[in-house]
Ligand binder design. Structure first.
Ligand code: GLA
Length: 398
């Protein structure tokens, strides 16, 4: 018999505390994601390139006989209780808001008759790998299973958008849940966030083995309380000004994806300096993403890595995100032998950085961080953690 992992055990213990029927346990495996290219362009309708990884959020659950939802977590205190057919607008403990948001989103389509009793645990620390989207997707899939609902990945992308944008209030794009829901092992997923069109890109022949080396910084903070939403608003203002300068009629919610590169080249100089930088990040990141697709399809990890490193620098200098510690982390990683390229893994305001790296790059990365990072950030010296991950399948119910 296969032994359970520590995370599986923890999810089962939490499910037991929530009152789940332990004879009827089902699992949702909801992976975390890495966005190789396409940083901060999803909320502007841009192109992204990414994958799910082999680190997951695990939800052990049993369908409730009625509409009651009861949840416990390994990592957060308190028991979450609400009725799936009448989820509350506010919830305590706050970690349960992703479950309530999932019920709110699903109820808009079909009233939920059944809740779930479950326990949740993650295989990686919070921050930078979109654990919030993985959690949202996990609750959606579990509630859909309990209510025997057939929902396509595309619909679930939209349902998770409702959780994040409308229930939680983070004005993010659809990158995270799309990678979590659509990924296929071995391929990268390329998506246009305006149309929702996506393709799976197989790697070129002779692709060298690689790892997605994740460095968890030890900094945790909810994204909604960072400068994330402010940057989104700046991008929208840049789009509005560019469209206005070219004489186009006003749009209700302009995004940089509405603006052609030619239009930016012609009118970009009229933007205030900070907005011009945000737009420059968008348009150069679009070019990098398109080149990155080609590099992957050609099996050229060196080229792909160089684009990832350039994306990291543009996030720092043009998009101006990242805390001093994360900026140092990215720049140190980009100098390590065996690292093809590194950048912030998520929004850059907290959490993790990742590097596209050779499979044996781990010791050199750790050594460089001990030598260069620890003396500059002693408060994080014992807290950062390196994890060598691989691409993996998207979310599933087992
Ligand atoms: C976070 C958001 C995503 C995306 C990235 C940056 O992960 O949730 O929507 O904007 O940051 O690319």
């Amino acid at each position: 018999m296969k032994t359970l992992s520590e995370t599986q055990e923890a999810a089962l213990t939490a499910a037991h505390s929530a009152g789940a029927d332990m004879e009827a346990i089902r699992w949702v495996y909801s992976p975390l994601r890495i966005c190789l290219l396409g940083a901060h362009v999803d909320h502007q309708g841009g192109d992204v390139l990414g994958t799910a990884i082999d680190r997951r959020i695990l939800l052990a659950f049993s369908p409730s006989p009625d509409a009651q939802v009861a949840l416990c977590s390994r990592d957060y205190e308190g028991r979450v209780c609400f009725s799936a057919d009448a989820p509350p607008a506010e919830l305590s403990p706050a970690w349960g808001r992703y479950a309530a948001g999932a019920a709110v989103a699903l109820n808009r389509r079909r009233p939920l008759a059944r809740g779930i009793q479950g326990g949740i645990a993650g295989e990686a620390p919070v921050g930078g790998l979109s654990s919030s989207a993985a959690v949202g997707v996990a609750y959606l899939l579990a509630l859909e299973h309990a209510n025997a609902l057939e929902v396509t990945p595309e619909e679930n992308i939209e349902l998770d958008r409702i959780i994040e944008n409308e229930y939680i209030g983070l004005k993010n794009g659809i990158l995270d849940q799309s990678m979590i829901l659509l990924s296929r092992k071995g391929a990268l997923t390329a998506m246009n966030c305006r149309s929702g069109e996506y393709t799976h890109i197989p790697p070129g022949n002779d692709l060298p083995e690689f790892r997605l080396a994740v460095v968890h910084s030890g900094i945790e903070q909810a994204l909604v309380s960072t400068g994330y939403n402010r940057r989104v608003a700046e991008c929208q203002e840049a789009a509005r000004l560019l469209l206005e300068a070219s004489g186009q009629p006003p749009r209700e919610r302009p995004v940089l994806g509405d603006v052609s590169p030619e239009l930016f080249a012609e009118y970009g100089h009229r933007l205030p300096a900070d907005l011009a930088k945000r737009a420059r990040h968008f348009f150069t990141e679009q070019e990098r993403t398109s080149e990155g697709r080609a590099a992957w399809a050609a099996g050229d990890l060196r080229r792909l890595g160089a684009l990832i490193a350039a994306s990291g620098e543009s996030s720092i200098t043009n998009y101006e995100c990242g805390t001093p510690a994360l900026i140092d982390l990215v720049r140190i990683l980009n100098g390590v032998p065996g690292v093809y390229g590194a950048r912030f893994s998520g929004a850059g305001f907290r959490g993790a950085c990742f590097a596209l790296a050779a499979p044996d790059a781990g010791p050199a990365i750790e050594e460089a961080l001990q030598r260069e990072f620890n003396p500059r950030h002693p408060e994080l010296a014992g807290r950062w953690h390196l994890d060598l991950c691989r691409p993996d399948e998207g979310a599933r119910v087992l």
